[in-house]
Write a protein that binds this ligand. Structure first.
Ligand code: NYM
Length: 211
């Protein structure tokens, strides 16, 4: 006899440099998938609504200083405190996530004296994304989209190091997408990819990150 099981949802992460359109595209995906009646939920990291998230937000806004190792661990802790969302995945909800552990590693290891292996350590064992959609944009194209904001890390040289680090983190679950196109064209492209990922994830067990 066949037991009735609900197909699990997919864990889909968006990464990319500033101005690549991650947040815009995540929001558009959520609304169009909701319209289709699919069960989806958005998440973003850092999640600034928790106690840990508020500390991170003050750090990013330069209203407080936190030692570099310590803040790296806070970003990771902020993901672990959301890991109960694995239950949502198992019950059939797809999660669209704006940044994840890859940002954690790419940003911290852009600082002096941090090696990538150390940076990965605290996130080992988190739910592993079924796909990482990495939006790329040349520095020239990014610049046309506006100036950097006032938050920590929003400097051209630092961002350059960050994108080099993202390149080193690519694994076979990554899909590299050129973001230098209109919002609507990119959205159409991403809808197709996301649907494929959801289909493919259904019968696969959820894995653990960097294990
Ligand atoms: N960031 C984000 C990190 O340094 N480590 C992390 O683990 C994560 C998830 O926070 N410049 C950095 C990247 C961004 C900043 O992100 C805030 P956003 O998407 O602008 O709110």
């Amino acid at each position: 006899t066949r037991t009735m099981t609900t197909n699990r949802g997919a864990l889909i992460v968006f990464e990319g440099c500033d101005h690549s359109g991650k947040t815009t595209q995540c929001n558009k995906l959520i609304s169009s998938m909701n319209e289709k009646g699919l069960s989806v939920k958005s998440m973003r990291f850092p999640d600034r609504t928790t106690t840990i998230g508020q500390m991170i937000s003050s750090y990013l806004g330069n209203t407080c200083e936190i030692e570099d190792h310590a803040v790296h661990l806070l970003f990771s802790a902020n993901r672990w405190e959301m890991s109960e969302h694995e239950k949502l995945l198992q019950s059939g909800t797809t999660l669209i996530v704006d940044r994840y552990a890859y940002s954690g590693v790419a940003f911290t290891s852009a600082k002096q004296g941090f090696d990538m292996q150390w940076c990965k350590q605290p996130d080992i064992g988190l739910p592993k994304p079924d796909a990482v959609i990495y939006l790329t944009l040349s520095p020239e194209a990014a610049e046309k989209r506006g100036t950097f904001g006032k938050e920590r890390y929003e400097k051209k040289e630092f961002q350059q190091k960050v994108s080099e680090n993202f390149e080193k983190l690519k694994e076979d679950n990554w899909k590299v997408i050129d973001a230098d196109k209109s919002v609507d064209d990119l959205h159409t492209e991403l809808c197709d990819i996301v649907c494929e990922v959801i289909d493919a994830a259904q019968d696969k067990p959820l894995e653990q990150l960097w294990v």
